[in-house]
Structures are given as structure tokens and as C-alpha cells.
Design a protein around this ligand. Structure first.
Ligand code: SF4
Length: 629
């Protein structure tokens, strides 16, 4: 039997494990394989942000020519002893292992304060009052301390960026080397460069994991472009150590960006690259490695042979979602994740704060129509539900394993029918959990259903309002109208559930008038208490979306993509409306930030724009009327 190690490469969020290895490990164990997992993203951060890590950072700084030592870096070396004395305490506090230190951190005379603390002074009121009272209220000592400890780590991360590796961030690492990079050239150069402190630490951690588990096969799951450089560095370390260990690359990045992979150099690092859900392709690879399956019978797998890169697909059906087993977090250090608190937006807090068990209610999206979405790809288009009893069995198994009852349902859009059944089953078993996740703001979320979901433990939902414009919502095939979103979000809010809206700008044919009107709708939605949180994304055209596949239907033409054989996802396009969306985006974000703090809700939306924009055509009480109608 093969020994399989699944790893999460740096970086992903640090408050909770990314679920891919948990799913694969649970599945492989359910099929009798010996499978273990490691989170090398968390391990990397914990090693760098430790006393040894700080000593190594200082050594790297001392090795720099004097003129490369920036003021921030020099300030760090001056305050080094204080950083050294506090790093373990700050990390243990953010891990929830030492809550009592909150009072000292919140008192602001414990941690050294670098430039990240400067914006706080802007909030001090005339009487010199509490700078964060507006965000945390009177009782939030722990939250306040968490925010300060996060700023403290951000300061050290800035020093690391300026002195060692400009590509380092807490949630992504060297993202630009991989994202929609048509050629492998940049990545190849970066991988051939001499190791810096971050690279060297990642190599040490990789080899420690290899020694600990002695795997025959290592699965590296890269969900995002910001994991890809780390994934290749891990594979490089493994192959240099022992080229007979088989390495496999998969995950969200591969599924979206490497569908036309033709770059042979990728296979200097990885033996196999698998597409879409990993379960079936991995079983096939493991059978092949044990001599039970010929290479020609692999499933959705790229490999390199004497003729170059080849894609092999025996076209076997995927493992049904109901048989994919229960994810397991066994082997991941659940008490070592960091509850960072950098964004004071309530929904972002859920993303970055506290540990949530991640689980999917269904596979894929039951709607699968939105024209900006990857609806041609398996992770969206193959919709499969499971019985609520199976789902709650999984929930109970996960609680028994982790001792934690908070769940983040990571579906792209959890179906209302399945959520209703889930709520009923939880009720029947008298099982108390807290949960949150993505939904569509569709009309089946009636006030009654919202109340049932709140009773079942739902604390927050997020959904796409995208561009708040009935014309554009129709063009997007979103299947909702602004009035309907108002009614549904209001029902959630009334049930005590926090509502976050994904907002978009720059969609094909979107005019300045559309943008002003969309912001007016958003203003009214905040003012009427329908939504409490939001985020504006700039529309990007994916080659897998209906807009990318049929640009003419959306009034745009695509720019040609450069050749290259590596990543392919975002594609440039020409929109004849010629609107400067970058400039408008600044106003949208400024307005939204203020709305989330209850500021400017009664102002004319034109006031947020630097440039002259037309008056809104939206009736002043549109949302109020939609709610009463
Ligand atoms: S955007 Fe969301 S609701 Fe629309 S098709 Fe994609 S996953 Fe489904």
C-alpha cells in the first residue's frame, strides 16, 4: 500500500485549514490508503514568526548592503529585543492559547508599534479618547488586542518584505508569477534563483515533513495562483532530496488555469498534474503506481513522456459526492491556527477570524448560468446534492473529531432546498452548530425559511448582487432583480443573520450612469438595513465563462492571448463603451467603506466621485417601496 502525504503550500488563510487536503485525506482513508496531511503554509508562518525566525530575519538584514536597509527595517533592528521578547506571546494569543495576555496587548504598552499602528492615531477623538471605540465598542478587549497583535505581525511581515522577499504576504505568496501567466518563464527564473530566507525555511519544513511521514507520493494542492510558487518550491525540495518520491499537482489553480498545459518544464517538479476533483484521478494514479492500471488508463491527468506533455483521460465517472467520504483534519495542528483581525468589516472577520470547519452542502452550483462565472468547468457545472442525513452525519463526525461546532459552507451557492433540509435534520437531532456560507439571493429564501435557517445556527450569508442594475443582472443571467435582492436580504437581516453582498463593476456595456445608479441602490440597501457588509470586485473576463466563450453576445471583443503553454484564465477585452472603470472603482470602494460604518448614507452618491458624473435615475425610495410592495 502506498503512503500518501497531502500538503497545503503557502500561502492560504491562516485562521483555518484550507479544506482540500482534509477532503483528499478523508477520501483516501475511506478507500483503505495510508494518507496523512500537512499545512506547510501555517508551518512556514509559525517558523518565520518565532524567536528563531526573527533571529534569522535579523541575520538576513545584517547581510544586506547598508543602503538597502530601509527606515522600517532599521526601526525593526533597533527594537529587535522587544520584538524577540513578545513574538511568542503575540502568536500564542492569536492562536487562542494564552487569552490572558489580551489586557497587556490592548493596553498598548506591551507590543512594539511600527508604522502599521500609525493610522490608529487618525481616529483619536478631540478628548484623546479610544481610537477603536467606533469599531469594537466598550467591551471588546480581546478584539482590540487581536487587532493590535495583527498589526504587530503585519509590521514584521513588512520588514520581511522589504529586507528579504517582496513577494511575501499572509494570504498569498508570489501570486503574480502564476496568475494568468501564459509562459512558465517567470516561475522558472524564480525557481532557479538562490534561496532566500523564506525559500530556505520552506525547504527545511518540506524535508522535515518528508522525514516524518516517509511518503511514496506527495499531493500538492494549489487552490490559488498565490500558492503556485510555494507548490513548485516544495516539489523542487522533494525531487532534490529523493527523485523517486512521486509528486502530483492539483487543486483550484490547476482546474481553472492549466487546462491547456503544454509546458514540459512543469514535469521537472511534478510527475502528474490532475484536473478537476482529485478523488478519481488520484485513485487511478495510485493504482498505476502499484502496477494495477496502465498509464493509458489514467483519468484527467497530464504527464510527460518521450514525446512531451500528454493528457490522458480514460473518462471514468467521478466519485459521487455522496461517496466522497468525510473530510478529516487529523494531523493538522488545529490549536495553532491564527485568528488574525485586520479588517474591521464584520464579514471579513468571519473569513480571517476563528477556526471554521469547512464543508460543502452540495457539489457545484445548482444555478450554473451567470455569464461571468466559470460555468463551463466541472466545479461549477456538475451539480450533485446529498441527503441531509449524510450531511449531518458528516457534521457530527467532524464535531467529534475537532471538538468545534462552527461550519463554513464553502459552496459557490448553497441551494435553498438543501439548506432547508439541513436545518430540519439538525433540529431533529437537536444538534447545535453555527454556520455561514454563500447563497444566491433568490426568492425561495422567504422570511419563514430565513427564520428556520437562523434557528439552525446560520449567522451570516453572502451572495452576489453584482452590478445592481436590472438591465445588467439580466445580461449576466443572474436570475435576480434588485427589488428581489432587497426583499431577500431584508428577510435574512430580520432573522438576525448578517448579510454580505458581492458587488461588481466594469461588466461589459456598463455605463457611468449604470455605475451611479448601482451605487444608489447599494446606498438604499444599506440605509434600509438590508445589507451590512459588501465588497466591490472589478469584473475580469475568464476564458471559461459565457462572456469569454461568446464575447459578441455581450458587446465586447477579446484581446488575443499570448502563446505559452502554461496558465490561461483571465483574458483582456475591448468594451466599446470605453468607460474608465478604474477611476469609478475608487469612488465605489470609498462609498462602500463609509456605508459599512454607517457614514454618508443620506448623501447624494455623486459626492463620492472625483469626476463629474450624472445624477442617479433611481427613484429615491425604490428599496423602501420594494420592501413594502
Ligand atoms: S456566480 Fe454563483 S450563482 Fe452564478 S453560476 Fe456561478 S456559482 Fe452559480
Amino acid at each position: 500500500m502506498m503512503r500518501v502525504l497531502a500538503v497545503i503550500p503557502p500561502m492560504t488563510q491562516l485562521n483555518t485549514p484550507y479544506p482540500s487536503t482534509a477532503y483528499l485525506t478523508g477520501f483516501l482513508r475511506s478507500r483503505g490508503h495510508t494518507a496523512v496531511q500537512e499545512d506547510l503554509a501555517l508551518a512556514l508562518v509559525l517558523r518565520l514568526f518565532s524567536p528563531d525566525g526573527l533571529h534569522a530575519l535579523r541575520a538576513s538584514i545584517e547581510a544586506l548592503p547598508a543602503k538597502q536597509r530601509t527606515p522600517r527595517v532599521l526601526a525593526f533592528t533597533r527594537d529587535f529585543e522587544r520584538y524577540l521578547a513578545t513574538i511568542e506571546g503575540a502568536v500564542a494569543f492569536l492562536q487562542g492559547r494564552d487569552p490572558s495576555v489580551a489586557h497587556r496587548i490592548a493596553g498598548r504598552n506591551f507590543l512594539p508599534e511600527g508604522p502599521r499602528f500609525e493610522p490608529l492615531e487618525a481616529y483619536v477623538d478631540d478628548e484623546g479618547g479610544d481610537p477603536l471605540a467606533w469599531a469594537f465598542g466598550a467591551l471588546g478587549v480581546t478584539d482590540r488586542a487581536r487587532h493590535f497583535a495583527t498589526l504587530y505581525l503585519d509590521d514584521v511581515a513588512d520588514v520581511l518584505r522589504e529586507a528579504v522577499d517582496a513577494r511575501f504576504e499572509f494570504v498569498r505568496y508570489a501570486e503574480s508569477l502564476a496568475q494568468s501567466q501564459a509562459t512558465f518563464e517567470l516561475l522558472a527564473q524564480a525557481l532557479a534563483a538562490a534561496e532566500n530566507l523564506v525559500d530556505g525555511t520552506l525547504r527545511e519544513l518540506t524535508l522535515e515533513a518528508i522525514r516524518r511521514h516517509a511518503p511514496d507520493v506527495v499531493l500538492v494542492s494549489a487552490p490559488f495562483p498565490g500558492n503556485v510558487y510555494g507548490a513548485f518550491r516544495i516539489a523542487q525540495a522533494i525531487k532534490r532530496h529523493d527523485p523517486t518520491i512521486v509528486t502530483v499537482l492539483g487543486g483550484g489553480f490547476v482546474n481553472t488555469e492549466l487546462r491547456e498545459l503544454a509546458e514540459p518544464r512543469v514535469f521537472d517538479y511534478f510527475d502528474y498534474v490532475t484536473l478537476d476533483d482529485g478523488e478519481r484521478p488520484l485513485l487511478a494514479v495510485l493504482e498505476h503506481l502499484s502496477g494495477k492500471r496502465p498509464r493509458e488508463k489514467l483519468v484527467r491527468t497530464y504527464l510527460r513522456d518521450e514525446n512531451g506533455v500528454r493528457y490522458v483521460d480514460a473518462k471514468e465517472p467521478d466519485i459521487p459526492f455522496a461517496d466522497a467520504g468525510t473530510p478529516t483534519w487529523d494531523g493538522l495542528p488545529l490549536d495553532r491556527y491564527l485568528s488574525l483581525l485586520d479588517m474591521l468589516n464584520p464579514m471579513h472577520r468571519l473569513w480571517s477570524d476563528a477556526r471554521w470547519n469547512k464543508l460543502t452542502v452540495a457539489h457545484g452550483c445548482y444555478w450554473k448560468k451567470c455569464s461571468f462565472c466559470d460555468v463551463s468547468l466541472d466545479y461549477i457545472s456538475r451539480y450533485e446534492a446529498v441527503a441531509a442525513t449524510t450531511l449531518v452525519d458528516r457534521i457530527e463526525a467532524i464535531i467529534a473529531e475537532t471538538g468545534q461546532t462552527g461550519f463554513h459552507f464553502v459552496d459557490e451557492a448553497a441551494p435553498p432546498k438543501a439548506l432547508r433540509a439541513l436545518a430540519a435534520e439538525l433540529q431533529k437531532r437537536k444538534r447545535a452548530i453555527s454556520w455561514w456560507g454563500n447563497i444566491r439571493f433568490e426568492k425561495s429564501f422567504t422570511p419563514e425559511l430565513c427564520a428556520e435557517l437562523a434557528d439552525s445556527g446560520c449567522i451570516a450569508v453572502s451572495g452576489g448582487l453584482e452590478v445592481a442594475s436590472d438591465r445588467l443582472l439580466k445580461l449576466m443571467q443572474k436570475g435576480v432583480s434588485v427589488a428581489q435582492v432587497a426583499r431577500v436580504t431584508h428577510a435574512f437581516t430580520e432573522a438576525g443573520i448578517l448579510v454580505h453582498a458581492y458587488l461588481m463593476y466594469g461588466f461589459p456595456t456598463q455605463t457611468v450612469q449604470d455605475t451611479v445608479d448601482a451605487l444608489e441602490y447599494v446606498r438604499q440597501l444599506f440605509a434600509a438595513g438590508c445589507i451590512q457588509s459588501g465588497f466591490f470586485h472589478r469584473f475580469t473576463c475568464s476564458v471559461h465563462s459565457p462572456v469569454g466563450l461568446h464575447p459578441g453576445d455581450y458587446g465586447v471583443t477579446l484581446r488575443p492571448l499570448p502563446p505559452g503553454g502554461f496558465a490561461k484564465n483571465d483574458v483582456g477585452f475591448i468594451d466599446p463603451t470605453g468607460v474608465d472603470h478604474d477611476a469609478l472603482g475608487i469612488a465605489l470602494n470609498k462609498a462602500l467603506y463609509n456605508y459599512m460604518h454607517g457614514i454618508g448614507l443620506d448623501q447624494d452618491v455623486r459626492g463620492w466621485f472625483e469626476q463629474r458624473v450624472p445624477r442617479t435615475t433611481v427613484p429615491r425610495h425604490f428599496i423602501e417601496r420594494a420592501l413594502n410592495g
